[in-house]
Ligand binder design. Sequence first.
Ligand code: NAD
Length: 245
Amino acid sequence: MTPPDWLAAARQVTVLTGAGISTESGIPDFRGPQGVWTRDPEAEKLSTLQYYVGDPDIRRRAWQERLRHPAWTAEPNAGHAALVDLERQGRLRALVTQNIDGLHQKAGSSPAVVIEVHGTVHEVTCLSCGDRTPMRTALDRVEAGERDPACLLCGGILKSATISFGQMLDPDVIDAAARAAADCDVFVAVGTSLTVHPAAGLTDVAAAHGARIVVVNAQPTPYDELADLVVREPIGTVLPELLAR
Ligand code: NAD
């Protein structure tokens, strides 16, 4: 697919990615046809703070799921690589991601441009004292027999350093994302259903500041009408073409 002239000419592109960019790497999304929640609506509880804090069974199940998380072995795909290339072209203002899998960094995007609005699964955080440690250390404890490992500093509940439903986003991180949305000349939303706020609302911020909007997503989104270009093709095929210079 040939990019329109205004996209090829864009000098400051802010990209918002969602779970759909990682499905071709073998990490299921939540709401796509094969999504984790589409197949098992109960799974949503594992990502809801209230259930996680209140129910030890949910935490034990969450730790077992983390042991098997596909992010540990997944490799980035052509969609991630297209964004590394966009950065090398000097046209990437920021890469805001809702993903927690770390695949943008693994593909080669510099940590300085990646804004992880929903955190990362590669670390754990204590819900009481805020101590952050590598996920691997906690998983080693689970593999050694602890079913719900507690914080080694204060005994608090440990959780992956991701934002669950009911949990506040880091205000500095969402501010940085909003600035990147306000500053760009084109805003590209890739592989996201654009239903989770405030991340989805970054599209409104970009549009309100005069950016052109591109949506690359297999299924319709609530922002398709606002968009200047909507592409419903597989990301790994179409993103490298759209972002080529
Ligand atoms: P979502 O599951 O709500 O939507 C993903 C969208 O991507 C769907 O509309 C689907 O049609 C589309 N899609 C999937 N594969 C595609 C492909 N190959 N080509 C084109 N489109 C494709 O995802 P979301 O909007 O990111 O919201 C889910 C939340 O869950 C996020 O907040 C994120 O933090 C989290 N999550 C992250 C991961 C990850 O890190 N990889 C995986 C699942 C969920």
